[in-house]
Design a protein around this ligand. Structure first.
Ligand code: 1PZ
Length: 208
């Protein structure tokens, strides 16, 4: 699996990308100014996974991709994640719909959703994907979504592939998927903590 690419083994490519970002955080510490472009590149790899979920989550993919590309486009002028928060804090636009700091918060919630999904997936050896996904969504994103969005997401869960179909689409076995998911889980935890600290260090609550 040394020469895994995003096309052949998307899960491995995502894990690689987040390990790289988390290594920087681990190495340079939580006060380091993380590069926005590097972060966005890792986040955009996630959208390959959407391709495995079927049409039901097309709207989620568009939502996620547009927020990541908005951040990526801004990366040239902002440079770092910290500068995004700095700008919106000064303009009182952190929570304003469409602002970069708000979109970063949503992308972070998406990363957390995947992390929770992988954890559920691994802790229920032959459990069903729909249950793993529903529980993960309920915990990480549902509290911040409108009723209409939540209803659409839970309805979409019925169209998810089965566990085995997903492994097949991801080009993984049970064992290889476990290895990659654990890598993503561990790496994303650090990245998520880093993002949260951008807000909490400015006394911005995380209840939205
Ligand atoms: C096998 C894996 C199955 C997992 C399925 C999980 C599907 C989650 C669907 C989430 C749908 C979100 C739809 C739109 C939400 C918007 O209302 C919010 C708020 O936007 P704002 O008002 O702040 O502008 N948008 C978001 O939360 C951003 C989208 C996050 C979705 C990331 C999902 C990542 C899952 C990837 C799975 C491969």
């Amino acid at each position: 699996f040394e020469d895994a690419t995003a096309e052949t083994r998307p899960l491995s490519a995502v894990a690689d990308a987040f390990e790289e970002v988390s290594a920087v955080v681990k190495d340079k510490g939580f006060n380091y100014d993380l590069d926005l472009k590097t972060f966005c590149d890792a986040c955009s790899l996630v959208s390959i996974l959407f391709g495995c979920l079927g049409m039901a989550f097309k709207f989620a993919e568009l939502e996620y991709v547009s927020k990541v590309s908005g951040l990526a486009e801004a990366s040239e002028s902002y440079g770092t994640l910290n500068n995004v928060l700095e700008f919106d804090t000064q303009n009182d636009t952190v929570r304003t719909p469409g602002s970069l700091s708000r979109n970063l918060r949503r992308v972070r919630q998406g990363l957390d959703l995947i992390r929770a999904l992988f954890e559920n997936f691994l802790s229920s050896a032959n459990g069903c994907l729909k249950e793993a996904a529903s529980t993960a969504y309920a915990k990480t994103c549902a509290p911040y979504h409108t009723w209409a969005v939540r209803t659409a997401v839970y309805a979409g869960m019925y169209g998810l592939p089965t566990r085995d179909q997903l492994l097949l689409k991801l080009n993984e076995t049970d064992e290889s998927a476990e290895r990659e998911m654990i890598r993503y889980i561990n790496a994303s935890i650090l990245v998520i903590q880093y993002i949260d600290k951008l807000y909490t260090s400015r006394n911005i609550s995380l209840d939205w």
